[in-house]
Design a protein around this ligand. Structure first.
Ligand code: GDP
Ligand code: MN
Length: 394
């Protein structure tokens, strides 16, 4: 789960990370009011969306007057901001964060991730901040410092100090930088984060070390014990298809194609998506309904898949080991009757009680295309999709 920049900054400010003074605004008037509360002569108006790279997309505006703040806020609020991380549909800007502007002397990159290979939290830092880490890795690979933390002892002072020295931070700021790096590590662990990024962390002309931007993501499996974090969830920033599915306990990832998939088992789902592609189609989603696919779960899956308006055919592919094909078939029939499926439906059932399952589908009186093998299922789905779109075009 991701949170907004202002939320991440608020969390980090409790861990020895200095942040600019700022306030949240929901309207241009409020943005101007926030600036007057903060005082000073230059402010930054920042679109709060779950994405980086807002600066290049017009979501970060430096302002020198009330008038400029109102204009910047007016231009952002209610719009969908498209960055190269959001996809072309962009993300809705409904909150702004107004901050005092900083005089930047230098920009540093500081990131914390869970490194699966070493099974440890890894710190990634670079003296070439401001750019995204992928760009730094291309342009300045030698500037990147990496360190991992032994979970048994946690991050040690000397490690943080080594990173601070490696970044070429002035002697006068080494102590503060060390504390800030340790603070990030502690926040990461205390809140079950999966990613934390301060980019840029800046040294100001006044000699302060300030987090100008902050990004945090959290392990969803741990949210139950972090109510303070789960309250920060902003569903308006998430893919509505995925929110609908995850609220109902389905494992779903939205994709760009037209063939909706309802499959049990992640491996079978991946294989089915490959087969759809080989047959010349594009999957609309990954959906694993899990082992115990009850008729209710099958009906829920149909609802989730059909929320995606790009879906023009559905392929159900179930291998019943623990499950039973006759139950799945009942679920499919129930879904067809309750949910209404306005697109062609291809079903392949294999495993326990498959004859009984196929009989239920064949005799239910609904229009179902039955397939026996995975390859046949994918070909029939793509064929049905082509016929369906050709019909629509006529
Ligand atoms: P991002 O594009 O989504 O990563 O948003 P950031 O918060 O990182 O802002 C993008 C860029 O805007 C930063 O890298 C800075 O160069 C610039 N910026 C943001 N805040 C300030 C500020 O207070 N003063 C100045 N001079 N530049 C700023
Ligand atoms: Mn940034």
């Amino acid at each position: 789960m991701d949170i907004h920049e202002y939320q991440a900054k608020e969390l980090l400010s409790r861990y020895h990370i200095q942040i600019p003074r700022g306030g949240l605004a929901y309207s241009p008037e409020q943005a101007a009011y926030r600036a007057s509360e903060i005082g000073g002569e230059r402010w930054v108006v920042k679109a709060q969306i779950h994405s980086g790279a807002r600066g290049k997309a017009g979501g970060v505006k430096l302002c020198r007057s009330d008038h400029e703040i109102v204009a910047a806020a007016d231009g952002m609020l209610g719009q969908r901001l498209v960055t190269h991380q959001t996809g072309q549909q962009g993300k809705l800007v409904s909150r702004l964060y107004v901050e005092e502007a900083m005089d930047i002397e230098r920009e540093i990159y500081l990131g914390f991730v869970l490194d699966r290979k070493s099974e440890r939290i890894m710190i990634v830092a670079s003296s070439s901040g401001g750019m995204e880490i992928e760009e730094i890795a291309e342009a300045e690979p030698d500037s990147i410092i990496r360190a991992t933390v032994d979970p048994g002892v946690g991050m040690q002072d000397f490690q943080a100090r080594e990173i601070a020295f490696g970044l070429g931070i002035d002697n006068a700021l080494i102590g503060r930088a060390t504390k800030a790096i340790l603070g990030c590590y502690n926040a990461f662990v205390d809140y079950d984060a999966s990613m934390l990024e301060i980019n840029p962390l800046v040294v100001t002309r006044q000699g302060d070390l300030v987090a100008l931007d902050a990004k945090m993501s959290f392990d969803e499996n741990a949210l139950f014990r972090r109510p303070h974090i789960s309250e920060m969830r902003d569903k308006s920033q998430e893919d509505p298809r995925e929110t609908f599915a995850s609220d109902r306990g389905l494992s779903y990832v939205g994709l760009e194609g037209n063939i909706g998939c309802i499959i049990n088992g992640a491996g079978l789902a991946m294989a089915t998506m490959d087969m759809i592609k080989i047959a010349g189609g594009e999957p609309a989603n990954f959906l694993d309904i899990g082992g115990g696919a009850s008729p209710e779960r099958v009906a829920k899956s149909f609802r989730a898949v059909l929320r995606d308006k790009n879906v023009e055919t559905i392929l159900v592919n179930i291998f019943a080991g623990i499950n039973r094909c006759d139950w799945v078939a009942e679920g499919v029939v129930k879904a067809l009757r309750e949910v209404g499926v306005p697109v062609p439906l291809v079903v392949r059932l294999s495993g326990t009680n498959m004859e009984e399952g196929r009989r239920i589908l064949a005799e239910c009186g609904e229009n179902i295309i039955i397939a026996e093998t995975l390859a046949e299922a994918a070909e029939k789905a793509v064929g049905a999709w082509r016929a369906h779109t050709a019909n629509k075009a006529d």
